[in-house]
Design a protein around this ligand. Structure first.
Ligand code: SF4
Length: 204
């Protein structure tokens, strides 16, 4: 667990870079070309609904469930200590369909449930991530994508872009605490009123 950051909400440290890092993306679904690590519980939950997933897969996806996941591996950023990666099929996550839609989200939408009901947490959070116990930006993944955050005319921060995801992750109370921390942090930089987002880990 990292000690680099001072603020903790719901047991997760907060990297304040999320309040200053500029972000804008015309999403092309490219972030799903590499698959994702799921928590063991998510992996089990996805397999438990395989009968519902299989009928909505298209001809670029596989119905062979043995090709859906990699071997489990140890990872302390996951609650169970075990992560299971989704496999790639046709050079994209097995759950990404030919229209760039996530089949897990599509299923939730068809059922009329919450859109992220079946979606792995790390998919919901991206371009944010949890690394060594801290909420931070997934700059490694952002950097390797051709379309993600490549627009130089940027007026918004990653925090602003991900409000819905952050509310979902922290809940209303935790998100309110995060907003308070944002004000405190920007005030401490003296940038609350004339703040300009920047695409850097360095804080002026
Ligand atoms: S599970 Fe869905 S959202 Fe996550 S990488 Fe695969 S297609 Fe994308």
């Amino acid at each position: 667990m990292t000690q680099k950051f001072s603020k903790k909400i719901n047991g997760i440290f907060i990297d304040p870079i999320i309040f200053t890092f500029s972000f804008h993306c015309k999403c092309s679904g490219e972030c799903c070309w590499y698959g994702v690590y799921t928590e063991l519980k998510e992996y089990n939950s996805i397999l438990s609904i395989k009968e519902k997933i299989i009928p909505i897969l298209d001809d670029t996806q596989t119905t062979d469930i043995d090709k859906w996941f990699e071997e489990p591996e140890k990872d302390e950023d996951f609650e169970s200590g075990v992560a299971v990666g989704t496999e790639l099929f046709n050079n994209k996550c097995v759950f990404l369909d030919k229209n760039g839609l996530c089949s897990l989200q599509k299923l939730a939408n068809i059922e009329g449930g919450h859109k992220w009901k079946y979606k792995p947490l790390y998919c919901i959070l991206f371009p944010l991530t949890i690394f060594e116990g801290a909420l931070t930006i997934d700059d490694e993944h952002i950097d390797r994508l051709k379309t993600c955050n490549k627009n130089p005319i940027v007026k918004s921060t990653i925090f602003e872009a991900c409000k819905e995801e952050l509310k979902y992750f922290f809940g209303e109370k935790g998100f309110a605490e995060l907003e308070e921390y944002k004000k405190e942090y920007l005030n401490s930089l003296g940038t609350q009123t004339n703040f300009i987002p920047n695409n850097s880990r360095e804080v002026a």
